[in-house]
Design a binder for this molecule. Structure first.
Ligand code: M6P
Ligand code: ZN
Length: 196
């Protein structure tokens, strides 16, 4: 065995409970509309919703594997269906401060993986059994484009980190809007506080 400054954790078995939870479970995050300031095009509608019922937009259930160098933490994100001003419910999205890849595995529902490297935008349709690969350097956001919960498993290097400011500063290249055909990717627009 090599020696480590911080010793790795012991081998362990982790079970999917349904499609929303990992057991044993580590930290659980609940993101409501009030946690998503400045991300939707219609910031005015988001703020109104946050000031009202402040619904849950998504939850993240993590395994106990810690976010430490060399470990491979996992989490299940479940995004509830819905739109804000026609824009589908989505995660905040983040860039990895330590450029590292990540994989997502679709578990339930229909969604998509939106990636942006500061110049190009990519979209991967996600559903049960699809693996979406996020290479180093691509900011990533998940979107529920269906009418039921969309959930996926993520596995990522423990040193990757989450830079949310990058997405606030650069956007994600496109917005994912509801359309007659289901969903469409439109040009990114800065959040507005009033229509027009
Ligand atoms: C996935 C992983 C997590 C991330 C979560 C929610 O489960 O990428 O690291 O935290 O999605 O995404 P965000 O952090 O952008 O809200
Ligand atoms: Zn990530």
């Amino acid at each position: 065995m090599p020696t480590y400054a911080v010793p790795p954790i012991d081998p362990m078995s982790i079970r999917l409970e349904g499609t929303d939870r990992l057991v044993p479970e580590g930290p659980v995050l609940t993101r409501r509309l009030s946690d998503l300031e400045g991300l939707f095009a219609r910031e005015d509608l988001r703020a109104a919703g946050a000031a009202g019922e402040d619904p849950i937009v998504y939850t993240v259930s993590s395994s106990p594997v810690p976010e430490l160098p060399r470990e491979l933490p996992q989490s299940i994100t479940t995004i509830r269906p819905g739109t804000i001003g026609g824009e589908f419910h989505m995660t905040k999205g983040h860039q990895h401060p330590d450029p590292q890849g990540e994989i997502y595995l679709g578990l339930r529902g229909v969604g998509g993986l939106l990636m942006f490297d500061g110049q190009d935008t990519r979209w991967i349709d996600m559903s049960e059994g699809v693996i979406g690969y996020i290479p180093p350097g691509w900011a990533h956001r998940s979107v529920n484009v269906g009418d039921e919960d969309y959930s996926f498993l993520a596995v990522y290097p423990g040193s990757a980190g989450h830079d949310y400011q990058w997405v606030l500063d650069h956007g994600m290249g496109r917005r994912v809007m509801s359309s007659a055909g289901g969903h469409e990717l439109v040009a990114y627009t800065a959040p507005t506080t009033s229509q027009g």
